[in-house]
Design a protein around this ligand. Structure first.
Ligand code: GDP
Ligand code: MG
Length: 162
């Protein structure tokens, strides 16, 4: 049992998820949070912020050569963003599955973008795309003390270990 717990702890990871200004303005916060929550992932940090354009440029620095970069950063800084950290086994990859393909025209029905968005420039949600990006994005958006450490009551039922 102890061994199982140790393996389990080692597999836990965290991802950065943000509801972009369009998702916030469209009243989709509860809908989106509930999809992560019902899956069994654990919310460890959340805040509503209006990022500056400079901050948006940092967040999307990998895309600075793309033609849509400027518009994307203007958009991200145009209103409140709900920044979150979610924790769970496989949450980085599975979070991307819940979100769906970048272009909502190509996202499967049942995914967040597939069900709730129509165009790539207003695809309502961001999710880290890998372990390193997740770490960098969590560090960019949150101070260490903003990450709440707690044992979720549901955890033993979600994972089947005590
Ligand atoms: P994501 O990881 O699925 O969000 O996609 P990317 O990291 O490739 O792109 C970041 C964000 O840039 C996307 O979520 C879109 O909001 C935006 N974006 C990506 N490709 C395009 C594009 O071709 N046109 C426009 N207008 N925006 C784009
Ligand atoms: Mg991305």
């Amino acid at each position: 049992m102890i061994q199982e717990q140790e393996v389990h702890a080692a597999e836990m990871e965290r991802t950065f998820i943000a509801i972009k200004p369009d998702g916030v303005q469209r009243g989709l916060i509860a809908e989106i949070i509930s999809r992560f929550e019902r899956k069994g992932f654990k919310l460890v940090a959340v805040k509503l912020v209006v990022p500056s354009k400079e901050f948006a440029q940092k967040h999307y620095h990998d895309l600075k050569e793309r033609p849509f970069f400027n518009g994307l950063c203007d958009f991200l800084s145009s209103g409140p963003v709900l920044a979150m950290v979610w924790e769970g086994e496989g949450v980085i990859k599975y979070g991307r599955k819940l979100i769906g393909a970048t272009d909502p025209q190509k996202s499967e029905p049942g995914t967040i973008r597939g069900d709730l968005a129509v165009v790539v420039g207003r695809n309502i949600i961001h999710g880290s795309d890998g372990l390193e990006t997740a770490k960098d994005e969590i560090n960019l958006w949150f101070k260490p003390e903003e990450l709440v450490s707690y044992t979720s009551n549901a955890q033993k039922w979600v994972y089947g270990v005590n």
